[in-house]
Design a protein around this ligand. Structure first.
Ligand code: ADP
Ligand code: MG
Length: 617
């Protein structure tokens, strides 16, 4: 076998190889071209697609345009107006900088560019068909640039085979356009598919308007703003209540200096921000704009530029997590009844699936298989009944409304949105109903709520103990007769190294023998403590994490387990006073809508939910 001599690859092939990294599918074309339009200072960008972008992606912008001389270079590899010197790589402020996108596209599609700077009478046009670049010819047209990419991968059939169905490719193109629209206030976007409008936002719409247009009013209305600043670092945006969470991270939108990012590190920051409010397998929904000095972040780590590397990671993360936690704790954490109804319907197959193809106008597409609340109807008031229709009195059998008296839909009151709104209207008067010695059902001004008594008490106990530790005010209830727990020598060894630290969080233990631990006292907050259970969990936690009980996350975990093992268990009968005291004390907490493991403590049904459950609407 003979080996050919080494030779340089022809330029077309080199560009095709580069294209393999940058252009994977129509959505990558949309991304690169929209970025170019944004870099050119456009305020209106139109994206026209045919057949999911495979047949055509055309981007029209009103940006600065290119002179004839620039146009002649646009399809050349490594031709860019955005970098001049190696130093420029250290602080990249533009979206593009590699100068490869147009050259790559030209090598794998039939491309053309028309461009006219505003101060020139006439524009010009150039073509690149699979690497064959035409002359620059004069042409007429509006100021700005139009780039057309037709028949993607027409000359690389192997790549073409990897494309998915039209609806899938279109969905990805839309995702790219929507992310760009969310990231760039001041810029208007229009997307059409096969001649029909698929998405648009006007230049003057702010971030919240854009979110509403893109994902619907229900989400937009429930968002809580985030705004924080430290030196040149600024964080601004919105976080959604935990109930909007999903199984994937596709609705975690981070915008770093105008660049949309999907970065594992940022997802981890969100996990921290929602820690304790969200079950571990759920992903929160956020829209966050991060401005950083371009010098402290490296965007040149990935050809698609969607991952970055931060300098000074630690400080930045601390700042982000704190700002997020504060906002997240202000969201309405309640679990609305309509989410249960929606999931009930899904289970019984009643949920009519919406078409996969996006339609024009605001997108209201539910995610199949994901428990997110269905679009919530406007709340309404009951006309016939004055004041609080359901407050204290039980509804007498004869007073049930006949269909003729059915609640009349009147123009909506201000929707009930925040925790504070609910709290202000909550008088804890009852009546209360205990079901299966586990759940408390209670009336609310316009609906009712089901409380998981154990989960709520667990949250209450946990929060109070946490506060005690923070304020150095832990009170220990000494046991008259210490409870003895048998365990292994290694366990005794492990615990004996941490006795002081444990006492600081309320666990007064002593070594009683080679294989025995004595529980001498536990936090006063624990009502029916299961001393042995607490010690066993403690051993497990210390062993698994290998950390001391002083570590924040260990404190949290130990207190969770202690709270769980000592709270009102499902099965305890409660008096009306017990219930009222539990509810009012829980109401004082920062967050009482989930237990420490982020399971819901309460599910709330308002009138609209009931109407839906009984198919009245
Ligand atoms: P990069 O964006 O990395 O510089 P591209 O291949 O995407 O590389 O574009 C090459 C150059 O073409 C850009 O640097 C810019 O000068 C010019 N260009 C591309 N698109 C536009 C546009 N829509 N308006 C004005 N100039 C453009
Ligand atoms: Mg570019």
């Amino acid at each position: 076998m003979s080996i050919d001599r080494i030779s340089l690859l022809p330029e077309v092939v080199r560009n095709q190889i580069a294209a393999g990294e940058v252009i994977e599918r129509p959505a990558s074309v949309v991304k690169e071209l929209v970025e170019n339009a944004l870099d050119a200072g456009a305020t209106r960008i139109q994206v026209d697609l045919e057949e999911g972008g495979v047949k055509l992606v055309r981007i029209t912008d009103d940006g600065c345009g290119m002179s004839r001389a620039d146009l002649a270079l646009a399809f050349e590899p490594h031709a860019t107006s955005k970098l001049r010197s190696p130093e420029d790589l250290e602080h990249i402020a533009s979206l593009g900088f590699r100068g490869e996108a147009l050259a790559s596209m030209g090598s794998i599609a039939r491309c053309s560019i028309f461009s006219r700077p505003a101060d020139e009478e006439l524009g010009a046009r150039i073509e690149n068909v699979g690497g064959r670049i035409s002359e620059v010819r004069e042409a007429g047209g509006a100021a700005g640039t139009i780039v057309e990419v037709r028949d993607l991968f027409f000359n690389t059939p192997a790549r073409r085979k990897f494309l998915k169905r039209t609806s899938t490719e279109l969905g990805r193109c839309l995702d790219v356009a929507q992310r760009a629209a969310l990231a760039h206030r001041g810029v208007g976007f229009v997307v059409t598919h096969d001649g029909k409008r698929a998405y648009d936002v006007e230049p003057e719409m702010d971030l919240l308007d854009r979110i509403r247009r893109t994902f619907g009013a229900e989400l937009a209305d429930a968002l809580v703003p985030v705004s924080a600043e430290a030196g040149t670092t600024r964080l601004f945006g919105y976080v959604a209540p935990p109930r909007f969470s999903r199984r994937d991270t596709s609705r975690q939108m981070w915008f770093l200096n105008g660049r949309s990012l999907r970065d594992k590190v940022l997802s981890r920051i969100l996990r921290e921000g929602y820690h304790g409010f969200l079950e571990d397998f759920r992903q929160p929904v956020v829209f966050l704009t991060l401005s950083l000095d371009p010098g402290v972040v490296d965007v040149n780590v990935h050809p698609a530029k969607s991952e970055v590397r931060f300098r000074e990671q630690r400080r930045l993360f601390g700042f982000l997590v704190n700002a997020l936690r504060e906002a997240v704790s202000k969201t309405d954490m309640s679990t609305p009844g309509d989410s249960m109804i929606a999931s009930m319907r899904r289970r019984t197959g009643e949920d009519e699936r919406q078409p996969a193809l996006p339609v024009s106008g605001p997108a209201h597409r539910p995610d199949p298989g994901v428990i997110t609340p269905a679009p919530r109807p406007e709340p309404f008031v009951v006309r016939e009944v004055e004041g609080r229709p359901f407050s204290t009195a039980t509804v007498a059998p004869g007073s049930a409304q006949t269909p003729a008296q059915r609640p009349v839909q009147t123009p909506a009151q201000t929707p009930v949105q925040t925790r504070e709104d609910w709290k202000a209207r909550d008088d804890l008067r009852g009546p209360f109903l205990q079901v299966a010695r586990t759940y408390i059902v209670r009336a609310l001004p316009d609906g009712f709520e089901i409380v998981d008594q154990h989960a709520l008490h667990e949250r209450l106990t946990y929060e109070l103990m946490r506060r005690d530790v923070r304020e150095n005010a832990v009170e220990i209830q000494s046991q008259l007769v210490p409870e003895l727990v048998e365990c292994s020598r290694a366990d005794v060894e492990l615990l004996s190294g941490h006795l002081d630290g444990l006492r600081r969080i309320g666990l007064d233990l002593a070594v009683f023998g080679e294989t025995t631990i004595a529980v001498q006292g536990l936090p006063v907050r624990l009502h029916h403590p299961d001393a042995e259970g607490v010690v066993r969990d403690l051993i497990e936690i210390l062993g698994r994490t290998g950390k001391a009980p002083e570590a924040e996350d260990v404190i949290e975990e130990v207190l969770h387990s202690a709270a769980c093992r000592s709270s009102i268990m499902a099965g305890d009968e409660l008096t009306e006073d017990d219930i009222r005291s539990l509810l009012s004390r829980a109401g004082e907490l920062e967050s009482d809508q989930t237990c420490p493991h982020a399971r819901p403590t309460r599910v709330r049904f308002d009138l609209a939910d009931l109407e839906k459950a009984f198919h009245r609407r």
